[in-house]
Design a protein around this ligand. Structure first.
Ligand code: KG4
Ligand code: ZN
Length: 368
């Protein structure tokens, strides 16, 4: 569901995703009862988790249940605000999060039809990301949890992306090989159980999403560039330009050479020719990124003996990648780019900090 926010020009995207497999009335009946049952006496009811995500340029809040149902997922993207700078400006992002976090949380609760009284845990992204941006979400989450004497679950953003696969209506069970490709990270992870992962490979320079964004910039497309290249690539010939696919040792990735190759092509072709062949350039550039991701993911699956491949993160939305890995399981489209439903989902498999032990908790910018 996509809605325009009145007067603000801001996109407020509310995606119920898998939500509401039950009639709303059934859920409403249990709300605010501090538990109840799912029709099975003795079993704990669907407990509500409020998730908050502010690690980059999306202010997001969601309500998910302990069972993995998404009752609401609201994402307010700041992309338009940063577009004129060609990338995220950290200070602007923090300020905007500050303005948006309360209305977005309110919207998520309203969308789910729950009051704050029905929430049993608050989950929030603690890192990695922009520290100023993270601190806004973390402070809001602490304040909410503290005021309600609730436990707080600090969630790692990358664990969050993986946990986008654990939501209803089609949750994935480990073991699987996970390719996490976003604007900040490109990782190959062995997932043998929910809530933990083993890192098998990473990028030595740019992340895959970053490569898309930088390529888009070279082609004069908008920010964020991944979706723009994706769209344009559909009209182009992926074989038109033989952009290189880097081969680095182990299960790592490298995208900086590819970006340089595009830069040289753009320079050599000249403005008019670039304009005329933009779709071919986009398609060829995307093909090279996709080939690198698919090749390494399959290699990792083979080496580890993990039979299933799953793909998460913003780049998992790429249609070329989806086509090139038909055997893989992709995160639902609405949950590929940053959102809070995945944070709520990860909280189901992460230890909660009891009230009020979390008040001194800090954010972290990069992962260890
Ligand atoms: O996961 P995400 O929202 O944020 C991070 O955690 O970084 O990923 C954002 C990245 C951006 O680089 C964006 O260009 C890329 O995901 N992206 C795409 C597509 N949609 C978003 N890349 C390729 N094709 C897409 N359709
Ligand atoms: Zn992300």
């Amino acid at each position: 569901m996509v809605r325009a926010r009145d007067g603000g020009g801001e996109r407020l995207r509310a995606e119920p995703g898998s939500a509401r497999r039950e009639p709303k009335g059934a859920l409403a009946g249990r709300r605010g009862e501090g538990g109840g049952s799912r029709g099975n006496a003795g079993f704990p009811s669907a407990l509500m988790i409020l998730g908050i995500e502010t690690s980059c340029d999306e202010t997001a809040a969601a309500v998910v249940t302990d069972d993995g149902d998404v009752l609401s997922s609201v994402v307010s993207s700041q992309a338009d605000l940063h577009a004129r700078y060609g990338g995220v400006v950290p200070e602007i992002a923090s300020r905007r999060h500050l303005e948006l976090v309360a209305p977005v949380v309110r919207e998520a609760l309203a969308e789910a039809g729950v009051s704050i009284d029905g929430v049993r845990r608050v989950a929030v992204t603690r890192g990695p990301g922009l520290v100023g941006a993270l601190l806004v979400g973390l402070s809001a989450a602490k304040a909410l949890a503290w005021a309600r004497r609730l436990p707080l679950v600090p969630v790692d953003h990358l664990e969050g992306h993986v946990a986008s696969l654990y939501l209803e209506p089609d949750p994935l069970e480990p073991p699987f090989l996970c390719l996490l490709a976003s604007g900040g990270h490109t990782l190959l992870l062995a997932i043998r159980e929910r809530g933990s992962s083993e890192r098998l490979g990473t990028t030595l320079d740019d992340a895959a999403g970053e490569a898309f964004d930088k390529g888009a910039r070279l082609l004069g497309l908008g920010y964020p560039g991944g979706a723009e290249i994706d769209r344009l690539a559909r009209e182009g010939d992926p074989g038109a330009f033989p952009f290189p696919v880097a081969r680095v040792a182990g299960l790592d990735f490298s995208f900086s050479g590819l970006k340089t190759a595009l830069l040289y092509s753009v320079r050599d072709l000249g403005e008019d020719e670039v304009e005329r062949r933009k779709a071919d350039l986009a398609a060829s550039y995307q093909r090279a990124i996709v080939e690198a991701l698919v090749g390494r993911a399959r290699e990792a699956a083979e080496r580890t003996g993990l039979e299933r491949i799953a793909v998460v993160g913003g780049v998992a939305a790429n249609s070329g990648l989806r086509e090139a890995l038909p055997e893989a399981r992709f995160a639902p489209l609405a949950l590929c780019t940053d959102n809070a439903a995945m944070i709520g989902s990860a909280a189901r498999f992460t230890a909660a900090l009891p009230y009020p032990s979390y008040l001194g908790l800090d954010a972290y910018a990069s992962f260890a």
